[in-house]
Design a protein around this ligand. Structure first.
Ligand code: ATP
Length: 291
């Protein structure tokens, strides 16, 4: 095989709870994660000339070691002594720095892609153990589907697949630094914790409404205070028929869950016309396993 094409899919958080602050400055979290069908396109090609080359279609995205896709390739090349050259082409579709784990998912796709391209026969667990060296969300992006993430996000338990639904994603034109959001959060003062167990029960029963009623993200308390537009978008999504709406990760992306495609499209249209959000997508949840 000379070349491989992959879809690097985004994730949303059905829940995001912060349990405690760790001595190393990280936080212990509890999150129900779900993959969605919004993805970057990645092509990896074997090259004659040695070395790693990355090309992206986003002018301002770094194409060197600062890019997670490059970092993943470098780690694989060094760990498994790959001596052939590699060209990675990345077409970005997932909004950057949006709470959708776009960079982590690109890295995950590179781990999976190189494993196949060079017949390394590494297990998914092996890839996940390598992935966590670059970022806490990467093991989940290798696993994909519906999962509970604990620890700093790297301890994963598979959950029953989320029932099919449409997802509207809207990213307002603001930048949110994940580090700033976590720094601003006082764990002792969190007044509302999401009911993770209820969401898991909803998954076990295959009850979309039960899941949607119990969505929750403690980081909203920080990000919405600074950017009320996130709340406005949530309200519009619910007004237009979303069963539930929530900020994903540390934001600023917001998602709404819909049973009905027409409602999802109408909500997206309304946001395109009357909100400041520019990046708006109608997609679906994704549950098939990658590896
Ligand atoms: P998370 O949900 O895991 O916090 P995110 O969706 O908020 O992630 P990313 O899109 O992964 O954020 O980007 C975060 C930062 O990582 C950006 O500042 C960006 O410059 C850098 N980055 C490095 N590699 C990539 C990549 N392949 N795609 C997007 N961003 C990347």
């Amino acid at each position: 095989m000379h070349e491989i094409e992959l879809k690097a899919r985004a994730k949303i958080n059905l829940t995001l709870d912060v349990i405690s602050k760790r001595p190393d400055g990280y936080h212990n979290v509890e999150m129900v994660m779900q993959t969605i069908n919004l993805y970057d396109h990645i092509t990896i090609r074997k090259m004659r000339a040695p070395g790693i080359k990355l090309k992206t279609d986003l002018k301002w995205l770094p194409e060197d070691e600062r890019n997670l896709a490059y970092k993943a390739a470098k780690l694989m090349v060094e760990t498994y002594n790959i001596d052939q050259g590699i060209l990675i082409e990345l077409k970005k579709r997932i909004p950057v720095a949006a709470g959708l784990a776009g960079g982590s998912s690109d890295a995950a796709a590179v781990f999976v892609g190189l494993n196949i391209l060079f017949n390394l026969n590494l297990s998914k667990n092996k890839l996940m153990n390598l992935g966590v060296k670059l970022g806490a969300d990467i093991p989940y992006c290798i696993l994909t589907g519906t999962a509970l993430a604990q620890g700093i996000g790297e301890k994963l338990t598979k959950l029953p697949p989320m029932p099919f639904c449409y997802v509207v994603i809207a990213k307002p034109p603001i930048s949110v630094s994940t580090a700033h959001v976590y720094r601003s959060l006082n764990v002792e003062e969190i007044s509302f914790h999401p009911n993770t167990q209820e969401v898991i029960e909803g998954l076990q029963k295959g009850d979309l409404r039960h899941i949607a009623r119990n969505l929750g993200n403690v980081l909203e308390s920080v990000t919405i205070k600074e950017h009320p537009i996130i709340d406005n978008i949530k309200n519009t999504l619910v007004e237009y028929g979303a069963l539930g709406a929530l900020m994903s990760g540390s934001g600023p992306s917001v998602f709404g869950l819909f049973e009905n495609h027409k409602d999802a499209q109408a909500a997206a249209k309304e946001l395109r016309l009357h909100s400041k959000a520019k990046d708006i997508f109608v997609t679906t949840i994704f549950n098939r396993e990658r590896v």
